[in-house]
Design a protein around this ligand. Structure first.
Ligand code: ADP
Length: 588
């Protein structure tokens, strides 16, 4: 019964449907009762109509039985509809909750997992649970009721024949148990390998250019094949287990029927049993056998669903590592936009090395601070701590003097705008992508933001303008266009604090100029932290912060740093000099 434990977890979700579930249960009882009554009518039919050669009685019984089965059909329809309605509702809600639970996990959670695997929790695992609510459990109930009723009736009819029948039951149950557990184990394995294969496929699809540029289609096909072949072998093993189950149970059932026929026939011959009773008994025995075998079948489904439910609840139960505080403080309105790091120590995991150590930085309202440092120095990490994508291990990050851990995430993130290095667009229209910045922005505001970000020009060039589909199954935007879209989106949001992660690869000169100009407008009157890759950015920054190995090695303006900081001059020669040369060549 451990497998039914997941129903306890589902109970709060089933409770609102208690009336529908009760009604369905009553209908199941009714339908079982009709099934139970059928052999009794058959008995009377044989004993009364045939033995007395009464044709009128035969007609009456035929009509009565037809009516009975008509009623049963209606009852079954109603029950089937009710269980479908409840299970669809419960699973829809479960899927929504699972999505919400997953979406509230931290970026750290996602960097340790494969997205495809999480998607399959929402799709196939939830599907398995739904099937069991829809069919498995109602059928188990129906068969169980039928089984108990039939056993009572046959015991009353002929204890001796009942005893003969019952010898088969322990055997059938033993077989069902043994193979049922096996089927569940194999199924869990299949689900897991399938999830892994699907996850791999998703990665290949999203990185199709990398795959094709290396000509790795055959390699990927090989990897995929390995995993799918594994599920194939699992499927075969499950088929063997299932077929063994069905075969063994069916044989047991028919063996029992033969036994009853043999023993019952002798009783009829000895005049201790009427012929009608033997027929009725046989009908019961067959139905009992049928009930037992279908209980076994549905039981394996329940086992599968139990595994699926366990995986779903594992995610539902997982508290996000970063949550709203119990007693949040509020930010002053309007905020000034001061951002301060105070002795921040941070690492990505307990067993990973420190990324930041005793990091102090005080960014004044409206100031533009450029972070420079070699790759892996910790620049992105510094930026990720402000919107609290991760929590510090020691020290604190504060906005307008309030520790970010004391703020509601919505409040904190509401005042921060981020332009990522490689902005991605959602599949949808241009407008939908821009409105992501502020859902209730008016059409005029959207256009104004797009104009300020130099995005309006190319958007107007699209056949459908702002309603142009972009991203998946839409037009593909260039890197510079995507950046300007990202800038417009943040403009709509109107954050007080801006985090820019500059693209390290340079755009063509015209694009570059448009992006720079858009960024300059975006940065006006905003506190800005920019992970700098462009010379113009570092030259214009109020302060340049040089990071090396998670520590600040120097702070200053371009000229002074060039004079005194060896780390900065090295970076400058590597990253910025080429850009400088081109600026000088053009007389800038
Ligand atoms: P930068 O932006 O300066 O290139 P990062 O802040 O991205 O540097 O990285 C700093 C260090 O933290 C690097 O050693 C990097 O490998 C490590 N790191 C970055 N992100 C993660 C992560 N999600 N999990 C584990 N380590 C990470």
């Amino acid at each position: 019964m451990k497998a039914l434990g997941f129903l306890r977890r589902l109970a709060p979700r089933l409770r609102p449907h208690v009336w529908a579930i009760s009604a369905a249960s009553v209908l199941i009882l009714l339908s079982s009762a009709i099934g139970l009554a059928f052999p009794l009518f058959v008995r009377d039919l044989f004993d009364a109509a045939f033995l007395e050669s009464n044709a009128d009685r035969l007609d009456q019984y035929a009509i009565l039985l037809l009516a009975l089965f008509a009623v049963q059909a209606v009852v079954n329809f109603a029950q089937s509809y009710l269980t479908a309605a409840v299970s669809e509702r419960v699973i829809a809600t479960l899927r929504i909750d699972l999505f919400a639970a997953l979406a509230s996990q931290t970026p750290g959670f996602y960097s340790n997992r494969r997205v495809g695997e999480l998607s399959s929790r929402i799709a196939s695992d939830a599907g398995l649970v739904q099937q069991v609510l829809r069919f498995g459990i109602p059928e188990l109930l129906r068969q169980a009721v039928f089984l108990v009723g039939a056993l009572v009736i046959v015991t009353l009819t002929s204890p001796r024949l009942t005893l003969v029948t019952l010898t088969a039951i322990p055997f059938a149950i033993g077989v069902a148990w043994f193979f049922g557990i096996r089927v569940r184990r194999i199924s869990t394995g299949i689900q897991d390998t399938l999830a892994a294969a699907v996850a791999r496929a998703e990665q290949v699809f999203t990185q199709i250019r990398v795959v094709q540029s290396f000509g790795r289609e055959p390699y990927e096909r090989g990897r995929f094949e390995l995993e799918v072949e594994e599920t194939y072998r699992g499927g075969l093993r499950r088929a063997v287990a299932r077929a063994s189950l069905t075969g063994a149970v069916t044989f047991t059932a028919f063996a029992a029927i033969v036994l009853v026929f043999w023993e019952g026939g002798r009783l009829v011959l000895a005049g201790q049993l009427t012929f009608g009773t033997l027929i009725a008994f046989l009908l019961y025995a067959m139905s009992i056998a049928g009930a037992i075998s279908s209980v076994a079948g549905f039981w394996t489904n329940v086992q599968e669903a139990a595994g699926a439910a366990r995986r779903i609840f594992e995610h539902l139960d997982r508290e996000p590592a970063i949550r709203d505080p119990l007693t949040p403080r509020s930010l002053p309105t309007p905020i000034t936009g001061r951002v301060r790091f105070d002795g921040v120590t941070f690492r990505y995991g307990n067993d990973l090395p420190l990324v930041l150590e005793g990091f102090d930085l005080d960014i004044q309202p409206g100031e533009t601070v450029a972070l420079v440092g070699s790759s892996g120095a910790g620049k992105s990490t510094v930026a990720a701590l402000i919107p609290r994508f991760f929590d510090v291990e020691d020290g604190s990050v504060s906005v307008d003097g309030v520790d970010v851990r004391e703020l509601r995430l919505d409040d904190l993130r509401g005042v921060i705008g981020i332009v990522p290095q490689e902005p991605m667009l959602f599949a949808g229209t241009v407008r939908e992508n821009l409105l992501y910045g502020r859902l209730d922005a008016t059409k005029a505001e959207v256009v104004r933001a797009a104009k300020a970000a130099h995005a309006h020009e190319f958007i107007s060039g699209f056949p459908d303008g702002y309603d142009q589909a972009v991203g998946e199954r839409g037009v593909t935007l260039s890197g510079g266009q995507r950046q300007r879209m990202a800038i417009a989106r943040v403009m709509l949001k109107r954050p007080s604090i801006l985090i820019l992660d500059e693209a390290s690869s340079s755009l063509d000169a015209e694009s570059e100029r448009l992006v720079q100009d858009a960024l300059a407008r975006l940065m006006e009157d905003r506190t800005t932290l920019v992970i700098a890759h462009r010379l113009s950015t570092v030259i214009e920054a109020d302060r340049i912060v040089v990071i090396d190995g998670g520590r600040i090695v120097d702070i200053g303006r371009h000229a002074e740093l060039l004079d005194r900081s060896s780390v900065y001059s090295r970076l400058y020669r590597g990253q910025f000099e080429a850009a400088l040369a081109s600026v000088e060549a053009s007389g800038g």
